[in-house]
Design a protein around this ligand. Structure first.
Ligand code: MN
Length: 229
């Protein structure tokens, strides 16, 4: 069989300490997973379970490449997040077994057109244009985790132009990595190559062309890039 035009290139993420790459299947995201961020968005953290949404695989930006300021927004927000990289999958995965599916972890940015997201929330419309746009998911290299895939207490932080804007701990997540995998696998068959952005702590704000972002999770990864017009 031949194709009518060249098929899309497989999106991949570099792996720390390896010449091999992690091929990306799908990108899932969790909303409202740190109580202080839920509060700053005007919500009640105990009221609703986290929401799931997705980004296309080719929204990934790797190797600290510059990110173009998104079209059709005047309020482009960064959100620093732990990213789970799956090396296995399944459906209806039990939380106690869920970490077996994890290959490793990275740090990523869930870029958001906040103005479009606010309009979507108010009108009860989908979040796709607010979340799933081109270059909306810059990510660090993936750090493989061997036998012990439990991250425990780790700092997650983001600086904008060398000023710390987000500074939290992974232990503040409302839903743990295991619980997220278990819940997500009820709705989708998870597969090796899936990435899961697990939600952001408080301190989100807007960027402008010329800004530089530096995000880090202790012992997991680091990403640094510029926003360009
Ligand atoms: Mn997010």
């Amino acid at each position: 069989m031949s194709y009518i035009f060249p098929p899309p290139v497989t999106v991949s993420v570099p792996i720390n300490g390896s010449d091999e790459s992690f091929p990306v299947n799908r990108i899932y995201c969790v909303g409202q997973n740190y109580s202080d961020h839920v509060k700053e968005m005007g919500g009640d953290p105990k009221k609703n379970p986290p929401v799931f949404f997705s980004k296309p695989a080719d929204a990934i930006v790797t190797n600290n490449a510059d990110v173009k300021f998104a079209s059709e927004t005047t309020n482009l927000h960064y959100e620093v997040e732990l990213v789970v990289a799956l090396g296995g999958g399944g459906t209806y995965i039990a939380a106690v077994d869920a970490l077996h599916c994890v290959y490793g972890y990275a740090v990523g940015i869930d870029f958001t057109r906040r103005d479009l997201q606010t309009e979507a929330k108010e009108s009860g419309r989908p979040w796709d244009t607010a979340k799933g746009f081109d270059q909306s998911a810059p990510i660090s290299s993936i750090t493989p985790f061997g036998d012990d895939k439990y991250l425990g207490d780790r700092q997650i932080a983001l600086s904008l132009n060398d000023e710390i804007k987000q500074d939290a701990n992974l232990n503040q997540m409302i839903w743990s990595v295991s619980e997220i995998i278990a819940e997500l696998s009820k709705f989708y068959e998870l597969r090796a190559g899936d990435l899961i952005f697990t939600g952001t702590p408080s301190g989100v704000s807007n960027v402008s062309p010329g800004d530089r972002i530096h995000a880090v999770i202790d012992g997991v990864g680091e990403v640094e890039f510029g926003v360009v017009s």
